[in-house]
Design a protein around this ligand. Structure first.
Ligand code: PLP
Length: 470
């Protein structure tokens, strides 16, 4: 160890978070309907596997795109040699059009202000390198995506100061929470360089309201700092209120010619909306020329491969495909969301009302033995090792209230989701809420004789508990 760098030996990567530990446990004992029916079901991974058939059908109808061909002629050599860090112009044009389509064409994007990166992970880190020095801070509303500790802090040396949001108003961002976080950074001797939000939110699955967007814009304007809006889930908004991009909010306030216009940056990726995290396609969109130029130079460290750009430029420039995909994908997400929410409700569990994303923010406070993060960890372990579901505890998302969990619904088959709901229901029925942290009228304590054995939680599968909500 002593021969290695501080970066290599420090643990600020965040790999020891329960968010990642849950993945490791899943890998050791993954559920499989046939080979391992008592294994752990992965509900801690925000993957979108619901619309692969649409992508596959398009590829079948367009074999040239994946076959490295243009008008029937091979372009293999051209793609193998191409490596300009500005990216393929036709891909950037197709991507900005797709981004506009997702926003109902209320805003348009200029391909010259777009920088391609290897996923949103790289986009967020690159923006940190462009906007802040080591030891400077970004403010993030809680709860937030656990990967941000790695992406924003680890290699850049930037600090995160939480904006404390609470369940009392559905975790909305308020003026006082923003001011308190700013003040806290000041007390820690940290210079604040900006605010980073995810819209729609991971892990809440909610979109920012117009009021929150206006509040954020006024705040960064007033403090003369940056605003990053990570809009990686923008195409997953399946219910009202619809998605409002920060660009739309700026435009509606006629701020295109103001200083704040060039201090607002958007992060995007096709990992969620198209379900392609393995392809590593991300982007930064900025109105600041220097940020665009610097990020473009930095993108050398994480480019999107040219054959991926080629394939996706053909796919996304097929307008009919893009429009149909967006609509159908949302429908499928809504169905899944409703299935999870109603199945949980059947088990006496409620969720934060949500309209987007690949997960729900689930309230298990009534199942805690005490109102503490230790109790949250105990419950998480029980659910992971006994019920065999990997869900993500709120503490891994820096939530300030124990008992909230993020539960993903789009990375598995419908049958697997039903099974997970059966397991949860049987688990809840088997435990008497010893010390409920709040009253929950849905839950009735049960006698020991009615407790189910573990095998019953793990094996039973029927669709009785699922009534689609309309
Ligand atoms: C809010 C948010 N930002 C960024 C990422 C990273 O995405 P990518 O796979 O494009 O690197 C994720 C992934 O879960 C995310 O939820």
């Amino acid at each position: 160890m002593k021969f290695l760098s501080t970066k290599a030996t420090c643990n600020s990567h965040g790999q020891d978070s329960s968010y990642f530990l849950g993945w490791q446990e899943y890998e050791k004992n993954p559920y499989d309907e046939v080979r391992n029916p008592t294994g752990i079901i992965q509900m801690g991974l925000a993957e979108n596997q619901l619309s692969f058939d649409i992508l596959e059908s398009w590829m079948k109808d367009n074999p040239d795109a994946a076959g490295f061909k243009r008008d029937g002629e091979s372009i293999f050599r051209e793609l193998a040699l191409f490596q300009d860090y500005h990216g393929l112009p036709e891909f950037k044009n197709a991507l900005v059009d797709f981004m506009s389509e997702i926003r109902g064409n209320k805003v348009s994007f200029d391909a010259n202000k777009l920088v391609l990166t290897a996923g949103a992970t790289s986009a967020n880190e690159t923006l940190m390198f462009c906007l802040a020095n080591p030891g400077e801070a970004f403010l993030l509303p809680t709860p937030y995506y656990p990967g941000f500790d790695r992406d924003l802090k680890w290699r850049t040396g930037v600090e995160i100061v939480p904006i404390q949001c609470s369940s009392s108003n559905g975790f909305e961002i308020t003026q006082s929470a923003l001011e308190e976080a700013y003040q806290q950074a000041h007390e820690l001797n940290l210079k604040v360089k900006g605010v980073l939000v995810t819209n729609p939110s991971n892990p809440l699955g909610t979109t920012l309201t117009r009021e929150e967007l206006d509040l954020l814009i006024s705040f960064v304007d007033d403090k003369e700092i940056h605003l990053i809006s990570d809009e990686i889930y923008s195409g997953t908004v399946f219910d009202s209120p619809g998605f409002v991009s920060v660009l739309e909010a700026l435009k509606d306030r006629n701020l295109e010619d103001s200083d704040v216009w060039s201090r607002v940056h958007i992060v995007y990726s096709l990992s969620k909306d198209l379900g392609l995290p393995g392809f590593r396609i991300g982007a930064i969109y900025s109105n600041d020329d220097v940020v665009v130029a610097t990020a473009t130079k930095m993108s050398s460290f994480g480019l999107v491969s040219s054959q991926t750009q080629y394939l996706l430029s053909a796919m996304l420039s097929d307008k009919e495909f893009a429009i149909n995909y967006i609509a159908e994908n949302k429908k499928r997400l809504q169905n899944r969301h409703d299935m999870l929410v109603s199945g949980l409700r059947n088990a006496g569990i409620s969720c934060l009302n949500s309209n987007a994303g690949l997960f729900c923010w689930v309230d298990l406070r009534h199942l805690l033995n005490s109102n503490t993060f230790e109790a949250e960890m105990d419950l998480w372990k029980k659910i992971l090792f006994q019920v065999k579901l990997n869900i993500s505890p709120g503490s891994s998302c820096h939530c300030t209230e124990p008992g909230w969990f993020r539960v993903c619904f789009a990375n598995m088959s419908e049958e697997t989701l039903l099974l997970s709901l059966q397991r949860i229901k049987a688990f809840v029925a088997s435990i008497a809420p010893v010390q409920s942290t709040r009253s929950n009228t849905h839950l009735r304590p049960m006698g020991h004789s009615r407790r189910m054995s573990l095998s019953k939680w793990v094996f039973r599968l029927s669709s009785h508990d699922y009534e689609p909500e309309r």
